[in-house]
Design a protein around this ligand. Structure first.
Ligand code: C5P
Length: 234
């Protein structure tokens, strides 16, 4: 059983490399950003005003708790599943809706509410524990989980911990290419990072976390560096 934790800013390519790594080692894959996005989508869907100067933190927390504790939410942890079929709410496929510009521009409002984070951290730890148990997907071989606080908060005991980073201009250009290809909404990634950095630490690697700067690396080269780190750990 191995747990691989990957953190990093927006547009760095965490999801694609984490998924490829999970496929390579036949592990499960958990996109924790998708959970914060689903929480945001759900609040917007319920008509909660996330643009208010002072968002109603208690209402948002109660609404998010309903999503995650009353069986409305489902996420596919098979790294081979298509991105268009990964996240569901009451059996409605919301995989594409959670990538919209509206969700991207409001997600930091929801993710910066500390009781919301506690709910999601607990849910993420439960997924990790479940995937590492013997009866589950890929026979409990383990999981790759990616996000902003996996290496230091959600799974600080993970066997491999990586901070994936890249220069701002490189990340912005990657996100623009994704937006043109219809795989993400257009956005300013640095603005979202600045908001996210107030509540999570994904800019500087804590002790024991390996940093990979992939500004000058191709996707395959990034994956090779990660595989090297994992192979050293197992
Ligand atoms: O990874 P992604 O860009 O999809 O994440 C969406 C948002 O979810 C982030 O901008 C951040 O606000 C939040 N997030 C978080 N902690 C995580 C993962 C994501 O706060 N572990």
């Amino acid at each position: 059983m191995i747990r691989i934790a990957i953190d990093g800013p927006a547009g760095v390519g965490k999801s694609s490399t984490a998924k490829a790594l999970a496929r390579y080692y036949e592990l499960a894959y958990l996109d924790t950003g998708a959970m914060y996005r689903a929480a945001t989508w759900w609040c917007m869907h319920r008509g909660i005003d996330l643009d208010a100067g002072q968002p109603d933190e208690r209402l948002i927390t109660e609404t998010v708790a309903e999503l995650f504790t009353q069986g409305h939410f489902d996420i596919n942890t098979d790294p081979g599943a298509p991105d268009s079929e990964r996240v569901f709410c009451d059996n409605e496929n919301i995989s594409e809706a959670i990538r919209s510009s509206e969700v991207s521009s409001h997600v930091s409002v929801v993710s910066s509410i500390i009781p919301v984070r506690h709910l999601l951290i607990a849910a993420q730890r439960a997924y990790i524990a479940e995937e590492c148990a013997e009866h589950s997907f890929s026979e409990g071989r383990g999981i790759v989980a990616e996000g902003r606080d996996i290496t230091d908060v959600v799974a600080p005991n993970a066997e491999v911990r990586i901070l994936l980073t890249a220069r701002d201009d490189v990340r912005q250009a990657r996100r623009e290419r994704q937006a043109k290809a219809g795989r993400a909404g257009a956005e300013d990634v640095s603005a979202r990072d600045a908001l996210d950095a107030k509540v999570t630490n994904f800019m500087v690697a804590p002790d024991g976390v390996a940093t990979i700067d992939n500004s000058e690396l191709t996707f395959e080269q990034t994956l090779d560096v990660m595989i090297g780190l994992v192979d050293d750990a197992i």
